[in-house]
Design a protein around this ligand. Structure first.
Ligand code: WTA
Length: 656
């Protein structure tokens, strides 16, 4: 029941039109309204985005050109001056929202904290001054490696306030992974915590930071800031490490926001690709602010009374756009939860919803599948009647899980927005607008106004309805990534050359397979490249392979995904051993541990298969397609004539 298949999709005919009460009060009230917006945006994208930028955001100085598109490099709102922390905080202080809850936080052990807009503003300003005192200047990159605590959002907003791009690294990544990212970004400061709570255990974040910085391994780092969260003993390096609360003491709460150029970098966020090391996806200020703002407003149909909760981690793009920037820019109340459903408390999400009266709930299909397994009695024994809208993100959702979500969590009254997008797109691209677009279980439905999405072949031709192809975007949009940090050629190669430009027209290649049905609805099928999606997290097969071959026992490794009921995909590694090493259960365990220490727990292989040789073509390329078949226990399909040594395949089959 994990990934949707083409057959199941073609059979899926259920249609759920928006409820008329919901539509009446929604920002976008009907399919005709959506169509009107879509057509207008398509006919004159610059006018469409400029109007929104003008009406929805505060600018210190207006832009003089809306769009400067020199493919594949784009600039939006050229010469505009803006600060996203101003848009997320200051502008609400002159309204009734001043004392509205901006951030409601719930810690895993049950502690909690609420910050109003005025309080959050104060904290952000103070902390921005702390950063300045440490010498942080506009343009300096700052690493953030934190648990899900308010200080994570405060740190992001403080960086944005002084114009220092942040690079948030998910707290589940290992010291090695952190070190690589901090080095690539040449970060000057890293902000962390003594630890964070995750599934009843402490994640030793500061210890990982120490390991990452050992032997001056990240020479650009001058200071480490540490939030006290879990209170266990940690080492503090004199001169380098400082407690957040010590430095914040007595610091002024007056900090004017740096007027940023629209195209000044707001953040770099690392994500996995099919080749090489993770790439730093660069987002800039003006376009990202607008895109995260307007998508949050229309897709989650934000109203002033909403209590909005996105369960992602700020270490991922979803946390950036839909926990922090989008909701706060709209003056909404955003909930942040430190923990995760765990054996000792499988109903914790439902408790959070009941406790705060959450109205909008946004989570991942992998979580929904886990909830189904845990049993209906957990949500059913809580009061979830405050909910009015549900969302999903991160991977295709199978129709069964969609129906369960709709029935058990949504009480058959909440629309579901299945939102397709990527780290690179900055915000949601294909999605229902909940008051306007009838939903079909398993389909992300239609493109957001201003997004020209298509399903194409590798020449860039639109493929016929209901035929598989590559998901592509035809026109630039304000939230799109600007480049790969420090590697513009990789940006061009990765996203703009799979489909060769024709007549000077460039097409963005998303790396996903998709089909469009006769109603124009998109059905995203999953990655078409060597990127895995494990529990909604992106993972490059190459990353895991490099981690494996860095172990002395491993000669060669090939990693593929195997469909998994809960996680979507599971990592399976085929490994050949060096010289005298022998395959054993212990070695398998050790290699799994090694991958965890190189990358993080999300990359832990579910299975290691030892083999004498890997199936290769005559030119030496590993035939992953065969390995994927083997991993999932299918018959090897397709052409095997290019295989160099057929006996390798037979042995692998026997081994399985
Ligand atoms: C997948 C997460 C199907 C897709 C925001 C994409 C989805 C990758 C959906 C990006 C969805 C995300 N339906 N697939 N609604 N949402 N994906 O960069 O394969 O972590 O390319 O961004 O997740 O993952 P990323």
């Amino acid at each position: 029941m994990s990934q949707p298949t083409i057959e199941s999709i073609l059979q899926e005919k259920r249609l759920f039109p928006p409820d008329s009460d919901f539509s009446q009060n929604a920002h976008i009230k009907s399919l005709a309204d959506y169509q009107g917006l879509y057509d207008r945006a398509k006919a004159d994208p610059q006018q469409f985005w400029a109007e929104l930028a003008e009406n929805e955001l505060h600018w210190f100085q207006k832009w003089d050109t809306v769009l400067d598109w020199q493919p594949p490099f784009v600039k939006w709102f050229v010469n505009g001056k803006i600060n996203i922390s101003y848009n997320c905080l200051d502008r609400h202080l002159t309204t009734w929202r001043k004392n509205k809850a901006a951030l409601i936080w719930e810690g895993e052990p049950g502690d909690s904290r609420t910050l109003t807009y005025s309080q959050l503003h104060r904290e952000v300003c103070q902390f921005a001054n702390v950063l300045k005192q440490l010498g942080a200047k506009k343009g300096d990159r700052i690493g953030i490696y934190m648990p899900m605590i308010p200080e994570a959002a405060i740190a992001m907003l403080a960086c944005a306030r002084i114009g220092a791009p942040h690079s948030v690294v998910f707290g589940g990544f290992s010291a090695e992974a952190l070190r690589d990212r901090l080095n690539d970004a040449e970060a000057k400061i890293v902000i962390t915590a003594d630890g964070g709570w995750r599934k009843d255990a402490i994640v030793p974040l500061k210890e990982q930071v120490d390991k990452a910085l050992e032997n001056n391994a990240v020479p650009s780092i001058t200071d480490v800031l540490v939030v006290k969260r879990t209170n266990q003993t940690i080492q503090m390096a004199a001169g380098r490490d400082h407690w957040w609360h010590d430095l914040q003491k007595g610091v002024s709460a007056d900090c004017s926001p740096e007027p940023m150029d629209s195209e000044d970098m707001l953040f770099v966020l690392y994500t996995s690709g099919s080749t090489g090391k993770p790439k730093g996806v660069v987002h800039t200020t003006g376009g990202y602010n607008l895109y995260s703002h307007i998508t949050t407003k229309w897709i989650f149909d934000l109203q002033d009374t909403d209590v909005y909760w996105c369960t992602a981690d700020v270490g991922w793009i979803t946390g950036h756009s839909y926990i922090v920037y989008g909701p706060l820019s709209n003056g909404a109340t955003t909930v942040m939860y430190e923990g995760a459903p765990r054996a000792s408390n499988p109903g914790c999400f439902w408790d959070v919803i009941a406790k705060y009266g959450v109205t909008i709930f946004y989570t991942a299909p992998t979580a929904i599948r886990a909830f189904i397994k845990m049993g209906e009695h957990h949500p059913k024994s809580r009061n979830l009647s405050s909910l009015r809208l549900l969302g999903t993100v991160g991977e295709p959702i199978n129709p069964e899980a969609w129906m369960w979500y709709q029935k058990v969590i949504g009480g058959e009254r909440c629309p579901i927005v299945d939102t397709w997008w990527q780290t690179e797109t900055g915000g949601i691209m294909i999605t229902p607008l909940p008051g306007a677009i009838p939903t079909k279980p398993g389909s992300a439905t239609l493109p957001f106004p201003g997004i020209i999405a298509d399903v194409v072949d590798l020449e860039g031709n639109t493929v016929p309805d209901n035929e598989g192809g590559y998901l592509a975007i035809r026109h630039p949009w304000p939230g799109m990534m600007r480049t790969v940090y420090g590697d513009p050629e990789r940006f061009r190669r990765t996203y703009w050359e799979h489909i060769p430009p024709t007549d000077g027209k460039y097409t963005y290649f998303a790396g996903d397979g998709a089909r469009k049905d006769e109603d124009g609805y998109f059905w995203v099928m999953g990655r078409v490249d060597d990127v895995l999606n494990v529990s909604g997290h992106r993972l490059g097969t190459m990353e895991v392979e490099s981690a494996l071959v860095s172990h002395p026992a491993v000669a060669e490794a090939a990693v593929v995904g195997k469909p998994d009921e809960l996680k979507g995909e599971e990592v399976v590694a085929f490994v050949t051993l060096e010289g005298t090493y022998q395959a054993s259960e212990e070695l398998s365990k050790e290699l799994k541990k090694h991958v965890v220490s190189e990358i993080g727990a999300i990359a832990r292989p579910g299975e290691i298969r030892f083999t004498d040789a890997l199936p290769k073509t005559r030119s030496g390329k590993i035939m992953r397609r065969l390995l994927r078949n083997l991993a999932s226990g299918q018959e090897v399909s397709g052409d095997t004539s290019t295989l160099e040594d057929r006996s390798v395949l037979d042995k692998l089959r026997e081994g399985a």
